[in-house]
Design a protein around this ligand. Structure first.
Ligand code: SAM
Ligand code: SF4
Length: 448
């Protein structure tokens, strides 16, 4: 494939927000290179899957999609198929052997090379790019974004933590922080284009700045981003509890644009399991941090990830996790069933919790969280909240949906003209996961 311009590229993203951002970057680079990005896979000359390896299920979905393309590739050998991201790094060369329809395999730390790789590779050649194990600190930052009012901004790549269950350090490489100056420049560019919200991304944003020549931490970065005119909301994710510190909580309290919301994955309430997971905090230590945060920001929104069915998780360990959920009372929680991810360390332990028990525990935790989320939402009835409207509600044509500052979803009567605006509402009702707000007439806070 030697010409571009008229070539249509379809990109599908699997997995986390970091992958979504990487796909935007790839789209941006290819658009700048005169490719057409299409939403229609049938019309594409180049099909790219930006993949996730965190759970087996995520990989299975990609494999299913590759299988579906086998016949099409046979009929049209000029069709180019690429596997990008974490699966590319994890399986490398093997992908060509198992799925001969694949032409290009590019790991997450090599994505800046994609435009060049798509031009260089001849149709009959396979292109493997997994050599960079660490994302370069600086790379092209095309202006392109999928949205118009809320944007992802990478602040760091990779992870050094090696939690025993996790594939991320093996596929996304060692931790590297982007220079503060570059990040602030990018946020200013977004503000100039009318974006109101930025979500700062990294696998462990609390260690932002480590290893940089210029000493800087997350709180200082938040302070700098908080100064950018035009930006009204700042969010960040994800935080590893072991590195969550008072300086961050202070930044959340003191910088007006930083939303009062923290995603702090606990993974388990059992100290035995936390230890086996190599998380480097105990339950007691975690709760002390939450208590401190809540004493500083009483109405902070909290969410978490819980990993159930980790090897050797006994009923009593699971009970500890239930107790943790009932004591901490998160606003929301993401529950995952453990799947072994070689070469991550826990894959050497026997995956001894049967699938049916994982399912039962999953359902039990979801039910507990549903009740807690509902109760937390009811506490907000009667309060005034600011909602950044994101789009139409799935439940009703006449309602729009957005998020209040603590990250809870809220529906409001209205139409598309509200999208991207921050409106003041009074909370008048709630379901387990979604608040209902009433617009306080003429109280648009922004977007006029
Ligand atoms: N960096 C974040 C942190 O330290 O909490 C987590 C990022 S990880 C990509 C997102 C979530 O996937 C984790 O919090 C964990 O609950 C889940 N996860 C990671 N490895 C998993 C595995 N082997 N099986 C199932 N879920 C897993
Ligand atoms: Fe994975 Fe742990 Fe790194 Fe999060 S902190 S990405 S769970 S290794």
């Amino acid at each position: 494939m030697n010409s571009k311009g008229s070539k249509k590229v379809y990109i599908r993203t699997f997995g986390c927000q970091m992958n979504e951002r990487d796909s935007e970057l790839i789209s941006g680079m290819l658009r700048d290179d005169d490719y057409d990005i299409t939403e229609d896979i049938e019309k594409a000359d180049i099909i790219l899957f930006n993949t996730c390896s965190v759970r087996q299920h995520a990989e299975d979905r990609v494999i299913g999609n590759l299988q579906k393309l086998k016949t099409r590739k046979k009929k049209n050998p000029d069709l180019k198929i690429g596997v990008l991201g974490c699966m590319a790094q994890r399986h490398g060369e093997m992908l060509f052997k198992e799925y001969p329809q694949v032409d290009v395999v590019v790991g997450p730390s090599n994505i800046y090379d994609i435009p060049k790789l798509l031009i260089d590779g001849k149709t009959e050649e396979k292109t493997l790019a997994v050599k960079n194990k660490k994302r370069p600190k600086k790379g092209p930052t095309p202006e392109y974004r999928n949205g118009t009012f809320s944007a992802f901004v990478n602040i760091m790549y990779g992870c050094n933590n090696y939690c025993s269950y996790c594939i991320v350090p093996y596929v996304r490489g060692r931790e590297v922080s982007r220079p503060k100056k570059e990040i602030v420049k990018e946020v200013k560019m977004l503000a100039d284009k009318g974006f109101k919200e930025v979500m700062l991304l990294g696998q462990n944003v609390n260690s932002y700045g480590k290893g940089q020549t210029q000493k800087v931490n997350l709180a200082e970065l938040l302070e700098a981003v908080n100064r950018v005119k035009g930006i009204e909301r700042i969010r960040f994710t994800t935080s590893n509890p072991k590195d969550a510190e008072k300086s961050l909580f202070r930044a959340m309290r003191d910088f007006d644009k930083v939303c009062e919301y923290l995603h702090l994955p606990i993974q388990s309430g059992s100290n035995k399991i936390l230890d086996l997971m190599n998380r480097k905090y105990s339950y007691e230590n975690y709760v002390r941090k939450i208590d401190l945060l809540r004493s500083m920001i009483p109405d902070v929104g909290l969410s978490t990830d819980i990993l159930i069915g980790f090897p050797s998780e006994k009923e009593r360990d699971f009970k500890d996790t239930i107790k943790a959920m009932e004591e901490i009372k998160y606003n929301s929680a993401f529950i995952f069933k453990y799947s072994p991810r070689p070469p991550a360390m826990s894959s050497f332990l026997v995956d001894d919790v049967p699938e049916y028990i994982k399912k039962e525990r999953n359902t039990e935790l979801l039910n507990i969280q549903k009740k807690i989320s509902h109760a937390k939402n009811k506490e907000l009835i009667g309060t005034e909240q600011e909602v950044l409207i994101e789009g139409k509600s799935r439940m009703s044509e006449k309602e729009m949906v957005g998020r209040i500052r603590n990250n809870t979803s809220c529906v409001v009567k209205g139409d598309d003209s509200l999208i991207g605006k921050i409106v003041k509402v009074k909370i008048v009702g709630t379901s387990p996961f979604t608040l209902k707000g009433e617009l306080e007439a003429d109280l648009f806070l922004s977007g006029e």
